[in-house]
Design a protein around this ligand. Sequence first.
Ligand code: IMP
Length: 209
Amino acid sequence: MTFGEGNLKTKISAGFPRGKVAYFVTSNNHKFQEARQVLSEYKLATAKLKVEAVEIQDDNLENIAKFSALDAVNNCGLPVFVEDAGLFVDSLKGFPGPYSKYVYNTVGLNGILKLMKNTEKRSAHFKSVVAFATPEEQPICFVGKVKGKISLQEQGNFGFGYDPIFEPEEGDGRTLAEMTTKEKNVLSHRGKALRKFAEWYSGAGKRRF
Ligand code: IMP
């Protein structure tokens, strides 16, 4: 009997300690630390997996995350999760949204602050999509959002990306970059999406396997 690639992947996946360990495909160490902390609350260990996962351009974060999850699974044959996030500014009609990475890497925080100069309506939200997939299962998504506003200037040295210019509504006026990882996780988009995933993965998700 010969094992085709599909059979081999099925075998690997079947022996995987689901509900105990979760493989996070990311190159972002901040995201990994945030995930590790949230998942540990559910007695889950998080492992960082370095695997190619294509990030397509699409208007919809769920589509981007699902595609990445499938690509990562195809490249490693293991159950994995990926995460994709975006910042949506109301007065900019949701810009940069799914294009947040490109905007951050080009015009950066200053570019957003300049676009918002003299703008009183500063409301915005972050959205995070966690997508989990295995060689046998289609991706399943978990979504988290946090409302807030764009600050007038950069504040804080923690975190990453747009954290220095985002003040969460449920917070105390500090930007996400002025919070510890633990504080950010309590109210952040990613913290919320990860808790939904962890709840499912450590309990109900395990039973489906
Ligand atoms: P991606 O999820 O890595 O594609 O992120 C898109 C863009 O949003 C990148 O420029 C990130 O730096 C930024 N970003 C993602 N998550 C966060 C966050 O939690 N805080 C601030 N910026 C973020």
